[in-house]
Design a protein around this ligand. Structure first.
Ligand code: SF4
Length: 194
């Protein structure tokens, strides 16, 4: 049976930077849980961050750039926390690989779990199209990542995988990212570490 890696805050655990959760479509999450498919992790808490914790954002690039040493993650106090974010990403990857996982549903906007957008590093609420550190590492290792806004698509993809042989995911080769692919503003309560 195909399993799916899910951000722990989407399952309802109150472990976001501000102590809240991001509980989402309960019916699909519950279905995955009842079917024995659900594997969840919070990369930030796994890496040792407390809850609540200061908000953090990637500065100078995206998750893929953090992994290659070309960007960093900073808390709003300017404390550099890059190493812990990379550590959490590797913990998530190891858990996924241990369970033979080929698909993930992660909370968008997070410097760890974001997959379609992250915040721009200025703590102003502005966003950029791009991914966080954990999402980038999973995708580098061939795991398909869906944002929490696409839970039905993730479910369909999951069931589609069951019609295919269970092969190890193929690593993805990334092109060099540009710093500012697009930007917009979002509510400050969604900002930073989630
Ligand atoms: S979005 Fe943030 S709180 Fe939720 S699992 Fe990812 S790192 Fe943890």
């Amino acid at each position: 049976m195909e399993k799916i890696l899910v951000s722990s805050c989407l399952v309802g655990l109150p472990i976001r930077y501000n102590g809240s959760d991001k509980a989402t479509d309960v019916s699909i999450i519950s279905k995955w849980k009842n079917e024995g498919r659900l594997v969840h992790i919070c990369p930030e808490v796994s890496a040792g961050f407390p809850t609540p914790r200061p908000p953090a954002e990637i500065s100078g690039g995206f998750g893929i750039d953090v992994l290659s040493g070309n960007a960093d993650v900073f808390e709003n106090s300017k404390q550099k926390v890059t190493d812990l974010y990379i550590s959490g990403a590797h913990m998530a990857l190891r858990l996924a690989q241990k369970n033979g996982i080929r698909v993930a549903l992660l909370t968008d906007g997070s410097p760890s779990c974001g997959s379609t957008f992250i915040y721009d590093g200025g703590f102003t609420g502005r966003t950029l199209a791009g991914n966080g550190v954990t999402a980038a590492l999973l995708e580098q290792n061939g795991i398909k990542v869906f944002p929490d806004t696409q839970i039905s698509d993730a479910d369909a993809y999951l069931h589609g995988l069951e019609k295919q042989p269970n092969q190890a995911p193929e690593p993805t080769v990334f092109a060099v990212t540009s710093r500012a692919q697009s930007s917009t503003s979002r509510a400050s309560e969604d900002r930073g570490s989630s």
